[in-house]
Each structure stands twice: as C-alpha cells, then as structure tokens.
Design a protein around this ligand. Structure first.
Ligand SMILES: [Zn+2]
Length: 211
C-alpha cells in the first residue's frame, strides 16, 4: 500500500490516486499503468489514446503550484508512463518485457546465431565483404544483389513479426507458458539477429554512396 502525496489516502500502487486524481509516483508494471489486464495483443490506437489522456492528467505543468512531494510524484509517474508506452506499443519491446515479467531474458548479444539463420547470415556477410572490395561493373552487379537481399531480409522480418503476433495470441488464449516462453525467445532472438543484419546491409550500401 502507498499513500497519496496530496490527500493521504492509502491504496494499492497505481498511476493516479483513486481519491483525488493526483499522480502517485508509484512503480507499477507497464500493463497496470494503463489499467490493462496482462494481455499481449494490444490495440495500438486505444493504447495511444489512453496514453495521451493520462499524460494530460499527470503532466508536471498541472502541479507546478503543488507541494514538492506532489511535483516529484508527477515527474516519476510521467517518466513511468512514457517508458511503459514505448514498451507496450512496440511488439518486440513488449515481448522482451513479457519475458522480463516471467523472470526470463534473451541471452547476451554475442549469442550464437539461431540455427535457421546461420546460412543466411553467412551468405550476407560474404556478400557485404565482396561488395566492399568491388569496382566498376562488378560493383553495380553486387550492389543490385545486395538491394535484392535487403528486400528478402525485410520479408523475413515481416514473417517473424507475424510469428510474434501468433505467439502473443496463444499466450492470451491461455497456452502452455513454458513452451510459449521457449518459442517467444526463439522468435525474438531471430528478430534481433535480422535487425543487426539489416543494419549491416544498410551500412554496406551507405558506405558505397559515401565513397
Ligand atoms: Zn489522493
């Protein structure tokens, strides 16, 4: 239980005092910030609407004349709201946060390449190395190849985002948590890897333009 910095009402931690509407400055989980049940499929436009509404209600400008405790609570709650919004609106960030709520996390960045991606990663790195050293007509041909590769990677990324949503739906339907955690980790690891690969491809292409 925490105490409201304005009216003194004791209550379970939440974003805003149930009695007087002042921000409480309490740490609560991202779903609780939005008064959402812990469901992974989130309606993005509803989330955005509620975010703007809550931002207005707890904005520090509204409490400029209040006590230092209320002003501090408003700052803390505003930071929590912003952080929670960024986490929940992005499916990948939401998935990672979900793992965290289950006491899990992805392995470190220098993990081994997910097996289904190993071949692809190898080929792309190879192509980028060739592209770096290419000149003249070779360069044009390889550049086209890398552009086509970029489209392929984006399609693969879209497919993984689809896998992620299907994993979320199965959580929400009450699926088997240990199994879903394994799958969620696998999808998120692949997405993280593809993101890195896409960034490398973009850099490879940009460096050509700069040269
Ligand atoms: Zn209050």
């Amino acid at each position: 239980m925490i105490e409201c910095p304005s009216c003194g009402r004791r209550q379970a931690p939440r974003l805003i005092c149930e009695n007087c509407g002042v921000p409480l400055g309490a740490e609560v989980d991202g779903f609780a910030v939005f008064s959402l049940r812990r469901k992974l499929v989130v309606d993005a436009s509803a989330l955005e609407r509620v975010y703007h509404e809550l931002s207005r209600q707890i904005h520090p400008d509204r409490f400029a004349q209040d006590s230092a405790r209320v002003r501090a609570a408003s700052l803390r709650s505003t930071a929590l709201l912003t952080r929670s919004y960024r986490t929940l609106r992005d499916p990948v960030a939401r998935g990672l946060y979900w793992l965290e709520l289950h006491g899990e996390k992805l392995a470190d960045r220098n993990q081994t390449v997910p097996p289904d991606l190993a071949q692809l990663v190898f080929e792309v790195q190879d192509e980028l190395a060739e592209l770096r050293d290419a000149r003249g007509a070779d360069l044009e041909r390889l550049r086209e190849g890398t552009r086509a590769r970029r489209v392929e990677l984006e399609n693969a990324m879209n497919a993984l985002q689809g896998d992620l949503v299907r994993n979320f739906e199965r959580w929400d339907a009450g699926g088997d948590a240990p199994q879903l955690i394994v799958e969620l980790k696998a999808v998120l690891a692949k997405i993280a890897y593809l993101r890195t690969l896409l960034r490398d491809v973009d850099r490879g292409l940009e460096n050509l333009q700069a040269a």
